[in-house]
Design a binder for this molecule. Structure first.
Ligand code: ZN
Length: 148
C-alpha cells in the first residue's frame, strides 16, 4: 500500500537518523519474539530481520525512545517497556478519531485496524488500553454505533 505521511506525522526513522552516534544492525540473532534491542555501551540498535513494515516502524520508534531515555536499572525494565510503548503508541497514532474510524471500518478487527493505521497490533492494543478518559468516552461512543 502506498502511504503519504502528513507533515505533522511522527517519522521514527528520521528521528533515529538524527542520533548520529548510534549504529543500526539487522540480525537473525535476537531471541524469538524480540524484535529489537538497544545496546547502550556499544551505541547500537539491533533489529530483527523478517519484520513487516509496520513492525519495523514501531520497533525503531521504541528503540529510539530507549536511546532518548537512557540506561535504566534492571528492576525498572517492565516500567521502562510500558512507559515507552505508551509513548510510542501516542507518537505513532495520536488521533483517537482515526483509531475510531479504523476500528469502525474494520468492524473492531484490531489487526486490520492496526494495518490501516500503519502500526503493529501490540502498539494499537497499548494505545487502546491507555486511552485518556475523554478518548475512552469517544471510543465507547464510536464502538456502540457498530456493535449494536
Ligand atoms: Zn524495549
Amino acid at each position: 500500500m502506498q502511504r503519504t505521511p502528513s507533515p505533522r506525522q511522527h517519522h521514527p526513522w528520521r528521528v533515529f537518523s538524527t542520533l548520529t552516534e548510534w549504529k543500526l544492525e539487522w540480525t537473525d540473532d535476537l531471541p524469538a519474539g524480540t524484535l529489537g534491542r538497544t545496546e547502550f555501551d556499544a551505541k547500537r540498535v539491533l533489529l530483527a530481520n523478517g519484520m513487516d513494515q509496520a513492525e519495523r516502524r514501531c520497533t525503531i520508534a521504541h528503540e529510539t525512545q530507549h536511546i532518548l531515555r537512557g540506561p535504566y536499572p534492571a528492576h525498572r525494565r517492565l516500567y521502562e517497556e510500558l512507559t515507552i510503548d505508551r509513548k510510542v503508541s501516542r507518537l505513532l497514532i495520536p488521533s483517537v478519531r482515526k483509531i475510531g474510524h479504523a476500528l469502525a471500518f474494520h468492524r473492531a478487527d484490531v489487526e486490520q485496524a492496526a494495518d490501516e493505521l500503519w502500526v503493529d497490533e501490540p502498539i494499537l492494543n497499548v494505545r487502546l488500553s491507555s486511552l485518556a478518559p475523554r478518548e475512552r468516552a469517544y471510543m465507547a461512543e464510536q464502538m456502540a454505533t457498530i456493535l449494536v
